[in-house]
Design a protein around this ligand. Structure first.
Ligand SMILES: [Zn+2]
Length: 73
């Protein structure tokens, strides 16, 4: 679960600050323009990205700049 306080990596059990945001879409659940956002630390960017990519959900990976930029969902 993503908490309210400092933006952290979305990987399970990881408390590292987010450095990347992974934007993804599950066509079975979401409209095509909808984007879910996962945050990732440098260590988990690859593993989280691979998880999404394996399901063809990954749309974009961008540097995480500030929490105001992220629509955490
Ligand atoms: Zn992490």
């Amino acid at each position: 679960m993503v908490e309210e306080l400092p933006p952290q990596c979305s990987a399970k059990g990881c408390r590292a600050p987010a450095a990347w945001q992974l934007l993804w879409n599950n066509p079975k659940l979401h409209t095509p323009e909808y984007r879910k956002t996962w945050l990732a630390c440098p260590d988990h960017r690859v593993s989280l990205g691979a998880f999404l990519e394996a399901r063809s959900f990954l749309r974009e990976v961008t540097p995480f700049v500030s929490s105001e930029d992220a629509r955490i969902s």
